[in-house]
Write a protein that binds this ligand. Sequence first.
Ligand code: PEP
Ligand code: MN
Length: 339
Amino acid sequence: MIVVMKPGASKDQIQHVIDLVREYGLKEHPIYGTDRTVIAAIGDKRMVDKGAIENAPMVDRIMPILAPYKMASTEVQQERSQIKVGPKKFPIGGKKVGIIAGPCAVESEDQIFRIADAVSEAGCIGLRGGAYKPRTSPYSFQGMQEEGLKLLAEARKRTDLAIFTEVVSVDTVDIVAEYADVLQIGARNMQHYALLEAVGKSGKPVLLKRGLSSQLDEWLLAAEYIINAGNKEVILCERGIRAYENYVRNTLPLAAVPELHQRTHLPVLVDPSHGTGHAHLVPPMCRAAIAAEADGLIIEVHNDPEHALSDGAQSIRPEVLTELMGSLKKIAKAVNREM
Ligand code: PEP
Ligand code: MN
């Protein structure tokens, strides 16, 4: 349920409600708005005497939260969340659209530095690159691991880009969090609940990709695991789902973006690279995603896609990215956003 305080409630009055919520065995999540504070109280409400809380000083009203995902829902917070990432603290989820680009995997110093420089020059705000790769086959390249993380941190030093990189296991959360600005949870791990809880305790923003066959409610409940573990900084990423078409690697349902904006205050990015699987489809779907109100994009870019160790077919070249940025700026402007 949500306890809505009256405008002007004092710190002590808010604390009093928090104490009551705790007394009932619920967990409090206060949200301090510009006008008033609301306190979401999460847990088993069967034992709660709502009247007692409603009677506390400066409580306006109590409302149930109907969505199964509570803290992620717009019922609890209407204002869109802004999550600041990287050395420049770029706000994802505000008026500005943020573009993140980079290779599927970090492969070498030369590769990641070249791509990082190109991504930075193109005007992106973040560099992506997997150091730990969740590959479908155990025989495929599994990533450079800690060495890859170190190269990403070096690339950040050169460019000031925010580093987005995947974490695939609970026991590597700490090391990835030491180097990365944003921890990516891949599609295959969207329902790896122990991992969600671990990144929830990491203190770093999380990019939560949609599972290959997950519905929006399941995805938002996965976000809820992270928030419930103590981390409100969750960014969702639509990366396409498994459908029956085979001209694409995945089917990219862009209607998810405006639908998510109705259901959740969390920012929504789109990944048209995994969403299509083919480089020629990436620029048009990037444009479509911005038109559909995505808060940003995460795009695979490679300087030599023909020799990429993973996902070469869907990686665009740096020159294509640079050209694409020009058209994305125009589309952002047309939908009242900035880039
Ligand atoms: C990736 O970003 O390289 C990746 C493995 O993505 P996904 O988890 O969406 O398949
Ligand atoms: Mn990839």
